[in-house]
Design a protein. Structure first.
Ligand SMILES: [Zn+2]
Length: 660
């Protein structure tokens, strides 16, 4: 068992990630605030995300102002509209730390305080905090329609925001509101007479309460989190009974099976990752975290089992999860269609919450590898390079004509959107990127081994002067794999540093204090003694281009190759290639030249592949086989997947036809 080094002073210096951090602090979060505050009409594309809002404006902050008595008006938006502000508040709270990196966060700080003040004003005397119900429904309807009410989801996100604000600022102002919220929930839910004995249709409160426990040390929040995990799926009639008793109903045209809500069976009995991907992943992350905090073996086993099922059978090469648009859900093993995929940005973000929790239980390179895959591919594809437009769905193959002409592909946008009716993804990206410093290290329980699991250049101070500075040579990671850990230990503490050897790096060289060493790779890490005053660990990873085949179980990828280099998955875009892209092909040993282009897409590695393009002697729709098709030589241009859709709109594909 290990502790996440959350309180560490981690200073990210990576060029790649500093750009993302600063972009988020300076562009994305201010833009999102303006969207939440109805200062900009938001571009909500048709069919981008389901919803009943239909408004050109978010209305999120206005709902809070109305509930706080600052403004007249009526509620507008999704039942969980408050969460857009809560997630923004969480992201912006982490972002305040960028002040240490010289950024001006004064305006952000003012908005953070304004948001907290609004939540404070909107909270009912009994701690209840959900403007949809406060403004639209009588008090006796509360917690009576949990299938779709999202009340605990909404309050959970506020609790998470409050914990973040407390961790960053030390102020208890938001945390006090959150504790009143938790008290209200604890009062209303449980096994006692008159209490509600069932879960919210959207998991989130479990993770939130576990975090509240970590922040406050109040054991009852951990027990309540465990209660919500255990009660889920024990009574399949629960939602129906609430409806029959006259509870409030939402989304009445949506008829989702109990599996969608992860309510068809107890989560601890589940063998496969099923249902709505974000619901399942938020819950699984909580099962992992609560399992560790309670040392509950059944929870720990469940968290491992579901993770293994996902990464072995239900995850795309980009880290995208959720193959199916219907119910934004997981489907079945090895069903990974590239053009019908859902791959919600929030699901990739949730995979990082989940992975982080698994690392806290037991650091393993295989888990950190998946987290890296998500970070550099599935997560970042969700945001435009300037931070102001977003994908909800992250396809591996896109075609504007198909999205326009085929309703089953209408969810695959080929331009990122300024906002969504259901705007869960933008601020989820924000809170992940601004808290990236919490994903770099895990420290063993005895404090002796520091696991450095991500190659994100940083300088971090641990206790008693023990410091790790990670630097990267050349074009820096993820473009160069030349990484040095400068470890300073002036007080001679008994310390070890464990460095991840990624599974994708076939070869690597490792030097300690200038001497080549061969150390065993245990659970994906090499462990170096760092008890001397200074230790220098120099790791050079194999960054050669890899052509990847999928398992023969994956029907969608048969006869195709993907291309990766380091942690980055590449794709073809029509703006660089003639199209249609399905005519292009490459062989497994195709010659690939690579170059770093600093002025393209904020600096990316570009691959030029000696491939070919199919040509037909006729234009007939169908024809008897007479003359063979021909392959003409063609140079294929590939860019990092995360950077697609930042230039002209067009086709995109990750998997490319394999030729001989
Ligand atoms: Zn989302």
């Amino acid at each position: 068992m290990t502790n996440q080094a959350q309180a560490l002073n981690v200073n990210i210096t990576s060029r790649f990630w500093t750009r993302y951090l600063n972009m988020t602090v300076e562009n994305a979060l201010p833009y999102q605030w303006r969207a939440l505050n109805d200062e900009v009409p938001v571009d909500v594309p048709e069919g981008a995300a389901w919803g009943e809002n239909g408004s050109q404006f978010s209305h999120s902050l206005r709902n809070l102002r109305i509930a706080a008595g600052r403004e007249e008006g009526v509620f507008s938006g999704q039942p969980f509209q408050d969460t857009d502000v809560s997630k923004w508040l969480e992201a912006a709270s982490y972002a305040l730390r960028r002040k240490n990196a010289g950024l001006n966060v004064d305006e952000l700080e003012a908005h953070v305080n304004e948001a907290i003040e609004l939540f404070e004003g909107a909270q009912d005397e009994d701690g209840y905090l959900d403007t949809k119900f406060e403004l639209d429904l009588p008090a006796e309807k509360r917690f009576k329609g949990l299938r779709w009410s999202h009340e605990l989801y909404t309050m959970g996100h506020f609790i998470e925001a409050a914990v973040a604000h407390y961790e960053v600022t030390g102020s208890k102002r938001a945390l006090d509101i959150a504790e009143r919220v938790a008290n209200c929930i604890g009062h209303n839910f449980g096994d006692g007479e008159g209490q509600v004995h069932g879960p919210d249709g959207h998991p989130e409160i479990e993770l939130a309460l576990a975090r509240l426990y970590e922040a406050t040390g109040e054991r009852r929040w951990l027990d309540l989190a465990a209660w919500f995990i255990r009660v889920r799926g024990t009574d399949p009639e629960f939602f129906d009974e609430q409806d029959a008793a006259g509870g409030p109903q939402f989304y009445t045209d949506l008829h989702m099976p109990l599996k969608y809500f992860v309510q068809d069976e107890p989560i601890l009995d589940k063998q496969h990752a099923e249902g709505h991907a974000v619901r399942l992943l938020y819950l699984a992350a909580a099962v992992s975290k609560v399992g560790r905090l309670l040392n509950d073996q059944k929870m720990l086993d469940t968290a491992e089992r579901l993770w293994t099922n996902i990464v072995k059978h239900r995850m795309y090469i980009t880290g995208a999860v959720g193959s199916c648009q219907v119910g934004e859900s997981f489907s079945f093993d090895d069903d990974l269609p590239n053009d019908l995929v859902y791959g919600e940005t929030c699901a990739s973000v949730a995979m990082l919450f989940y992975g982080k929790s698994l690392m806290e239980t037991k650091p393993r390179g295989s888990v950190a590898d998946v987290m890296e895959k998500e970070l550099f591919n599935g997560v970042l594809s969700g945001v435009q390079l300037d931070g102001t437009r977003y994908f909800y769905v992250n396809p591996l193959e896109a075609d504007p004509a198909a999205s326009k002409g085929n309703p089953t592909k209408a969810h695959i946008l080929t331009r990122r959107a300024g906002w969504f009716d259901c705007a869960c993804c933008p601020a989820n990206l924000g809170r992940l990127i601004t808290s990236l410093d919490q994903y770099l290290y895990t420290v063993s329980n005895d404090g002796k081994t520091v696991y450095a699991h991500q190659f994100v250049a940083n300088k971090t101070e641990f206790e008693d002067g023990f410091t790790i500075e990670q630097t990267q040579a050349g074009d820096e990671y993820p473009w160069s794999g030349d990484i040095t850990f400068h470890v300073s230990n002036p007080n001679g503490l008994d310390k070890k540093v464990a460095v991840r050897i990624p599974q994708w790096s076939k070869d690597y060289t490792l030097e300690v204090n200038g001497e080549a060493v061969e150390l065993p790779v245990v659970d994906g890490f090499v462990t170096v003694d760092a008890s001397a005053a200074d230790t220098e660990i120099h790791l050079v990873l194999d960054m050669s281009v890899r052509r990847v085949r999928a398992s023969l179980r994956v029907r969608a990828d048969i006869g195709k190759l993907a291309v990766a280099r380091g942690p980055i998955v590449f794709c073809m875009e029509q703006v660089d290639n003639e199209g249609p892209l399905w005519l292009d092909g490459m062989s497994a040993d195709a010659n690939v030249s690579e170059s770093y282009e600093p002025d393209l897409l904020d600096g990316v590695e570009v691959l030029k592949v000696k491939g070919s393009r199919l040509e037909s002697p006729t234009d007939d729709q169908y024809r008897a086989v007479d003359a063979p098709l021909t392959e003409r030589e063609e140079t294929l241009t590939m860019i990092p997947y995360y950077a697609w859709c930042n230039r002209a709109e067009g086709q995109m594909q990750v998997w490319v036809r394999e030729t001989k």
